[in-house]
Ligand binder design. Structure first.
Ligand SMILES: O=P(O)(O)OC[C@H]1O[C@](O)(CO)[C@@H](O)[C@@H]1O
Length: 438
């Protein structure tokens, strides 16, 4: 069942002065028509390969084979790569129970380790405790030149040599990067090429933060046994109204983008909070953070993404959300929770002074909390958009991911920036490499 979105609680007529006015929303939606035309044209001419991925299935069997071969008898799979080369995989892996707060460590093997951040203590600990004999490694970098990923890869190769596992490197390592381009150094390809490590191709036309539906995201998903075909099918659902030439008002991603841009332009809502009421969407909020920030933060424009998790962040950030500065648009994501999880014993509930808990489940409370948070924000005049996924599975996750990629591209069109580059981060990278050699 497709996701449902409602922006009723973000409208000025419902939440008051901090909501979007009908005129501003209408104007932004009218401008979004141009973005939808552009998306349809790129789908037609293949100019934005991301848009053709949902209908593509031919690449999935080899991807599954590579995943199964690598995961065979592995106790641990170490994913090396950062940002867009990691967050999509993490998001999908969480769907399979990996890195779920509190219980991720309980899931059956293989254990996945996403070494997304670079930290000397963490990496030293990884190499110290990892059973190298039964570990596998995947190094992912679109450019092949990201310092963090290269250092991680070099460190692992050295550790394997020290453990006398050098000859096994081609069997236990996989690389994923762009194909060699004349005149462009690809350090990762060169490095792994020395060891004859099998290389998967990173789609040249799909940037890292948009790569979750390519092998970058789907490889770890397949390793964990997720249905990658259903992920793509879910993405197709999100793109369907665009292809069906629906008006912007009937395309959820266009409505979300128009709302966000109109609120930023007319009501100074410079922060976009995405609060998900499901542990298995925690990594999704991080993925969304990179997608939104790196795609839109240009030329003094863009809004700042904040990820939040419910109900835990009710006990941390909600005070500020409700009563702090009026600079935010809220997106509350919920899923069907009623009747799920442990049921509360009546007697014990009475003793705890919560007779109302008796016979209810944890899911009943979380469901009520998601609803209550959205309503409380709105009652306090904060603009809220709600997104509801009946279930969190491969299809709904594919749909959610594609929804937000489309929303981001449409928002970029509305504010007049290029969604697909990130020129500002290059300066710091160059400087860091200079300091390293000084
Ligand atoms: O996949 P790569 O080329 O290693 O890049 C990793 C990340 O670094 C960035 O280029 C930013 O520095 C992101 O856009 C990207 O997701």
């Amino acid at each position: 069942m497709p996701l449902t979105q409602s922006i009723d609680s973000a409208l000025q007529q419902n939440v008051g002065q901090h909501g979007v006015s009908a005129e501003a929303l209408e104007a932004a939606l009218a401008r979004a028509e141009g973005a939808l035309d552009w998306l349809r044209a790129r789908h037609g001419d293949g100019g934005l390969p991301l848009l053709n991925l949902p209908e593509t299935t031919s690449d999935l069997p080899p991807l599954r084979d590579a995943a199964i071969a690598l995961a065979d008898r592995a106790t641990d799979i170490v994913m090396l790569g950062t940002g867009g080369s990691s967050l999509g995989g993490q998001t999908l892996a969480q769907l399979a129970g990996h890195m779920v707060p509190g219980v991720g460590a309980l899931r059956a093997g293989p254990r996945l380790h996403f070494m997304d951040n670079l930290d000397p203590d963490s990496f030293a600990a990884l190499l110290k405790h990892l059973p190298l004999q039964t570990a596998r490694f995947v190094s992912i970098s679109k450019s092949g030149g990201t310092g963090e990923t290269l250092m991680q890869t070099i460190a692992v190769l050295s550790a394997l040599h020290e453990a006398s596992l050098g000859p096994r490197i081609p069997d236990i390592f996989l690389g994923l990067t762009e194909s060699a381009k004349p005149g462009k150094k690809n350090g990762l390809r060169d490095l792994l090429g020395q060891y004859k490590v099998p290389m998967l191709e990173h789609h040249t036309g799909v940037g890292g933060r948009f790569s979750v539906l390519t092998n970058v995201g789907l490889l770890p998903a397949a390793m964990l046994g997720l249905d990658v075909t259903a992920i793509r099918a879910g993405a197709a659902l999100a793109f369907k109204p665009v292809l069906a030439k629906k008006k912007a008002t009937d395309v959820p991603a266009a409505v979300g983008a128009a709302l966000s841009v109109a609120l930023a332009e007319t009501k100074n809502k410079g922060i976009s909070v995405v609060m998900a009421y499901a542990d298995r969407l925690e990594r999704f909020t991080r993925w969304y953070g990179q997608l939104w920030a790196e795609s839109l933060g240009k030329d003094g424009k863009g809004t700042t993404p904040i990820g939040a998790l419910g109900p835990v962040d009710q006990h941390s950030q909600l005070q500020l959300f409700i009563a702090g500065p009026r600079d935010k648009l809220f997106t509350v994501i919920t899923t069907d929770r009623a009747g799920k999880g442990p049921r509360m014993d009546k007697k014990l509930s009475e003793i705890a002074g919560e007779a109302g808990f008796g016979g209810k489940t944890i899911g009943d409370l979380v469901g009520a909390q998601g609803r209550a948070t959205a309503e409380t924000l709105a009652k306090n005049g904060c603009p809220v958009r709600t997104i509801h996924l009946p279930v969190i599975d491969e299809q709904s996750m594919g749909e959610l991911l594609m929804h937000f990629m489309l929303e981001t591209i449409i928002a970029a069109h509305l504010i007049g920036v290029d969604a697909f580059d990130q020129p500002a981060v290059e300066e710091g990278k160059v400087l860091a490499k200079k300091y390293l050699t000084q």
